[in-house]
Design a protein. Structure first.
Length: 97
């Protein structure tokens, strides 16, 4: 499936979630790809189309060179603290324990 086809199949709610995840500092592009099937370049293109020009420039400046957006380069390991009362998140849906 072509990149434009994958982006066109996303609902407006899914596009909003992709944008939200892309803005988050600790969410790697790998997580977005696992949930939505969008590569890093496709996320960048989505952000370019969805954001205002100034917001796009701010996001690009923020993301460029940020190691946390790339799981392989991230210094944060899988042993982050997680409260035992925190709900688990699976496939972008909040579920109860």
């Amino acid at each position: 499936m072509k990149a434009t086809d994958r982006m066109n199949t996303l609902s407006p709610q899914e596009i909003n979630r992709v944008i939200e995840m892309a803005w988050e500092d600790r969410t790697p592009f790998d997580a977005i790809e696992a949930q939505f099937g969008l590569t890093e370049q496709e996320v960048i293109n989505t952000m370019r189309r969805a954001l205002k020009p100034n917001s796009w420039r701010l996001w690009r400046a923020r993301v460029q060179g940020r190691s946390a957006k790339h799981r392989a380069l991230s210094v944060v390991d899988g042993a982050r603290f997680k409260c035992n009362r925190q709900r688990t998140i699976a496939q972008n849906k909040v579920t109860k324990r």
